[in-house]
Design a protein around this ligand. Structure first.
Ligand code: NAD
Ligand code: ZN
Length: 355
C-alpha cells in the first residue's frame, strides 16, 4: 500500500549559527531519481550535531539546517533510478548521505573521503524531521526484526567506532583504551571492542559513566576528573604495565589528544575520531619514534562498514544503553550534552519522531 505523504512536516531547524534549533513545520522534500524518502521513526543525537549548530569546524554548513544523521525508519517513496532498496524496507540514514561513486576514493571504498560527499544534517537536511532524503546507494538497509530505536545510534556512532577499531589494527586479546568511553560513541565502542575479542580500559569522568562502563564490560575505568596521574593509571591497567595496544580518542576535549602517546604501548596505534573545536594533536617526536607509535585519523565508515556494524547489532552482540525523548526536546538534549568539564549524558539519546 502506498503511504500517503503529507505536504508539511515537523522538524527541528537551526536558522543561525549557534542555534538553538526551532521546532516548526516545513515542507516534505521530494526524492530525486536516484534517491529515497525515508519516514524517520527514531534518530540518535550525536555530538557532531552540536558541533554543527555551534559552527565548531572549518567546514561550511547549510543554513537553515535540519541536523541529525543517525536515522532509522521506513522507505516511503523512491525515484525511478533508485536501486537496491524498496518502499517498505527498513532503512538507516548515515552521516554520508551521498558521494559521487566515480572518484578514486569512491572506487576504492573510501567514499567518506570523496570531495563531492554530501553529509546528512550538515550539507543536506538530516534526520531531525519526519521525512528525510537519502541517496539510494548510500542508505543502509536494516533487517526487519531489529528495534528501530536501539539501532539508530549504530548508523553513526556504531559504524564510526567499529571502523576505528578496525583501523587501529588491534587483535583479539589485545587492550584498547577508549577515551570518552561514557559518551555515545564510547558506549558503543566498548561493546564492539568486546565483540571483537579486545580488552577494554574505559576513560571518562563521573560515577554514572563509571557504572555504565563497568556494565558494558570494561575491565578498568579511569576517571579523568579524579585521577592524580592518568598516564600511570592507564598503563597500570595494561598487560605488564607496558601501555595500551590501541587508543581510541573519542573525547570532545583536546587534552587526551596530547596525552595518548604517553600510555600507548610501543608499536601501538592511536586513532583520532573525536572532533573537538580548534584542537591539535601533539606528540613528542622522540617518544613517537622510539616507541614506533602509529597515529592516525578515522572518519565514519564506508557502505560495507555500515553493513557489518548493523550485522553485529542484529546478531545481538551490541547492547548499549540509550534514553528516548521526543523530537521536540532536542534543545534540552544539546544542553545536557554540552559541557564545561564533561557532558552529562551517559550513553546516547534517541529522539522519537512524531507519527
Ligand atoms: P558525547 O558527548 O556523547 O561523548 C563525549 C565523551 O567525551 C563524554 O562522555 C565526555 O565526558 C568525554 N570526555 C570529555 N573530555 C574528556 C577527557 N579529557 N577524557 C576522557 N573523556 C572525556 O559525544 P559523541 O556523540 O560520542 O561524539 C564524540 C566525538 O566524536 C565528537 O567530537 C563527534 O563530533 C565525533 N565524531 C567523529 C566521527 C568520525 O567519523 N571521526 C563520527 C561521529 C562523531
Ligand atoms: Zn555522528
Amino acid at each position: 500500500m502506498a503511504h500517503s505523504i503529507p505536504k508539511m512536516q515537523w522538524a527541528q531547524v537551526v536558522e543561525k549559527k549557534g542555534g538553538p534549533p526551532i521546532y516548526k513545520q516545513i515542507p516534505v522534500p521530494t526524492p530525486g531519481p536516484d534517491e529515497v524518502l525515508v519516514k524517520v521513526k527514531y534518530t540518535g543525537v550525536c555530538h557532531t550535531d552540536l558541533h554543527a549548530m555551534k559552527g565548531d569546524w572549518p567546514l561550511p554548513l547549510k543554513l537553515p539546517l535540519v541536523g541529525g544523521h543517525e536515522g532509522a525508519g521506513i522507505v516511503v517513496a523512491k525515484g525511478d533510478l533508485a536501486q537496491g532498496i524498496e518502499i517498505g524496507d527498513h532503512a538507516g540514514i548515515k552521516w554520508l548521505n551521498s558521494s559521487c561513486l566515480t572518484c578514486e576514493f569512491c572506487k576504492t571504498a573510501d567514499e567518506p573521503l570523496c570531495t563531492e560527499a554530501q553529509l546528512s544534517g550538515y550539507t543536506v537536511d538530516g534526520t531531525f524531521q519526519q521525512y528525510v532524503i537519502g541517496k539510494a546507494a548510500h542508505v543502509t538497509k536494516l533487517p526487519d526484526n531489529v528495534a528501530l530505536d536501539a539501532i539508530a545510534p549504530i548508523l553513526c556512532a556504531g559504524i564510526t567506532v567499529y571502523k576505528g577499531l578496525k583501523e587501529s589494527g588491534a587483535r583479539p586479546g589485545q587492550t584498547v583504551a577508549i577515551v570518552g568511553a561514557g559518551g555515545g560513541l564510547g558506549s558503543l565502542a566498548q561493546q564492539y571492542a568486546k565483540a571483537m575479542g579486545l580488552r577494554v580500559i574505559a576513560i571518562d569522568g563521573g560515577d554514572e559513566k563509571r557504572a555504565m562502563c563497568e556494565k558494558l564490560g570494561s575491565e578498568v575505568y579511569v576517571d579523568f576528573t579524579k585521577s592524580k596521574d592518568l598516564v600511570a593509571d592507564v598503563k597500570a591497567a595494561t598487560p605488564e604495565g607496558l601501555g595500551a595496544h590501541a587508543v581510541l580518542l573519542l573525547a570532545v576535549s583536546e587534552k587526551p589528544f596530547q596525552q595518548a602517546v604517553a600510555y600507548a604501548r610501543s608499536r601501538g596505534s592511536i586513532v583520532a575520531i573525536g572532533l573537538p573545536a580548534n584542537a591539535f594533536l601533539k606528540a613528542p617526536v622522540f617518544e613517537t619514534v622510539v616507541k614506533m607509535i602509529n597515529i592516525k585519523g578515522s572518519y565514519v565508515g564506508n557502505r560495507q562498514d555500515g553493513v557489518e556494524a548493523v550485522d553485529f547489532f542484529a546478531r545481538g552482540l551490541i547492547n548499549a544503553p540509550f534514553k528516548t525523548a521526543p523530537l521536540e526536546d532536542l534543545p534540552k538534549i544539546f544542553e545536557l550534552m554540552d559541557f564545561t568539564e564533561h557532558g552529562k549524558i551517559a550513553g546516547r539519546y534517541v529522539l522519537e519522531i512524531p507519527e
